[in-house]
Design a protein around this ligand. Structure first.
Ligand code: C2E
Ligand code: CA
Ligand code: CA
Ligand code: CA
Length: 282
C-alpha cells in the first residue's frame, strides 16, 4: 500500500502540468518578495475630459523577483489572493501610495488624487477602515484625495459582507470605484445600494471602440447609466485619439491609458503632472 501511494504521488508529480509547477515556483518566490524589498509602485495618470486636467493617478504594483525576473501582476496578484499574501502586500501598497500622495502634495499637487487597487480579501479579512484611518492620521493626507478601486465581480459576489466595510471607508471620506466594470455579473440593485462614487469601464470594451458597434453600445450605456446614478465614469485602456473622441462625445468624465501616459515611477509621474498642459487636449 505504501509503494502504491508513492506511485500515485509520482504519477501525479510527473503529469502535473507545466503551468501548475510554474505557479508553485512563483508562489515560493512571492513569499520572500516582501522581505527582500522586491515590490515597487508605478502610477498612471488620469485626465478629466471636460477641461483636460490631470485629476489623479492609479497606483499599480510591480514585482521584480531576484530569482525569476519581472513578473506581471496578472500572474502574481491571483496567487497573492489565493495564498492570503495579498493582505500583507496590500497593506504595503496602501502605505507606499499614501506616502507618495503626501510627497506630491508637498510639491504643490494638492488637487491630485491617488487611486489604489484593493482585493476583496482585504475588504473581508483585514481591518481596512482602521488601517486607512491610521495612515491618514499619521501622514496627514486628506481622505478625499484617496480612491479605492475594487473589482466588480468580486464586490458583487460578496455584496452583503462588503457593504458594511465600504460604508465605513466612505465615512472616512475616501471615495470608492468599481473596477473592470462590465466584465462581472452586475446587479443593478447592488450598484444602486453600494456606497460608490466611480465606475471604471474595463479596457476590454475600450480597445475596439469605433470598430465594434457592440462595444460602443455597451460603453455608451454604462456612461448614461453611471450618470443617472450620480456616478463619475472613467474609461481605462484608452490608446487612440478616436477612442478619446468617442468617449468625449458620449460624455465620459475621465480617461486613463497609453494615449495619455503609461504607468510611471512616482518621480516621473510627478514631473508629468506638473508639466502637463490641459489646453492642448481640452
Ligand atoms: P487594472 O486595475 O484593471 O489596471 C489596468 C491595467 O491596464 C494595468 O495593468 C495597466 O498597466 C494596464 N494599462 C494601462 N493603460 C493601458 C492601455 O492603454 N492599454 C492596455 N492594453 N493596458 C493598459 P497591470 O499594471 O499589469 O495590472 C493588472 C491588474 O493587476 C490590475 O488591473 C489590477 O487588477 C491588478 N493590480 C495591480 N496592482 C495592484 C495592487 O496594488 N493591488 C491589487 N489588489 N491588484 C493590483
Ligand atoms: Ca484598477
Ligand atoms: Ca481592468
Ligand atoms: Ca451612490
Amino acid at each position: 500500500a505504501k509503494a502504491e501511494g508513492r506511485n500515485t504521488y509520482q504519477i501525479y508529480n510527473e503529469t502535473m502540468d507545466a503551468e501548475s509547477r510554474r505557479r508553485a515556483t512563483v508562489l515560493a518566490s512571492l513569499r520572500k518578495a516582501m522581505d527582500r524589498g522586491e515590490f515597487r509602485l508605478v502610477y498612471q495618470p488620469r485626465m478629466a475630459l471636460a477641461d483636460g486636467r490631470i485629476t489623479g493617478a492609479e497606483a499599480l504594483l510591480r514585482w521584480h523577483s531576484s530569482e525569476l525576473g519581472e513578473i506581471s501582476p496578472q500572474v502574481f496578484i491571483p496567487l497573492a489572493e489565493e495564498s492570503g499574501l495579498i493582505l500583507q502586500i496590500g497593506e504595503w501598497v496602501l502605505g507606499e501610495a499614501l506616502a507618495t500622495l503626501k510627497r506630491w502634495r508637498s510639491h504643490g499637487l494638492t488637487e491630485t488624487s491617488v487611486a489604489v487597487n484593493v482585493s476583496v480579501l482585504q475588504l473581508l479579512r483585514s481591518n481596512l477602515p482602521d488601517v486607512l484611518r491610521n495612515l491618514i492620521q499619521d501622514l496627514g493626507v486628506p481622505a478625499n484625495r484617496i480612491e479605492l478601486e475594487v473589482t466588480e465581480s468580486m464586490v458583487m459576489q460578496n455584496a452583503e459582507q462588503t457593504t458594511h466595510v465600504l460604508n465605513e471607508l466612505r465615512k472616512l471620506g475616501i471615495t470608492l470605484a468599481i473596477d473592470d466594470f462590465g466584465t462581472g455579473y452586475s446587479s443593478l440593485v447592488y450598484l444602486k445600494r453600494l456606497p460608490i462614487d466611480t465606475l471604471k469601464i474595463d479596457k476590454e470594451f475600450i480597445g475596439d471602440l469605433t470598430r465594434d458597434p457592440d462595444d460602443e453600445a455597451i460603453t455608451a450605456t454604462v456612461i448614461t447609466m453611471g450618470h443617472s446614478l450620480g456616478l463619475n465614469v472613467i474609461a481605462e485602456g484608452v490608446e487612440s485619439e478616436q477612442q478619446l473622441s468617442y468617449l468625449r462625445e458620449q460624455g465620459c468624465d475621465e480617461i486613463q491609458g497609453f494615449w495619455l501616459s503609461p504607468p510611471l515611477d512616482a518621480h516621473r509621474c510627478l514631473a508629468f503632472i506638473r508639466t502637463w498642459q490641459p489646453g492642448a487636449v481640452a
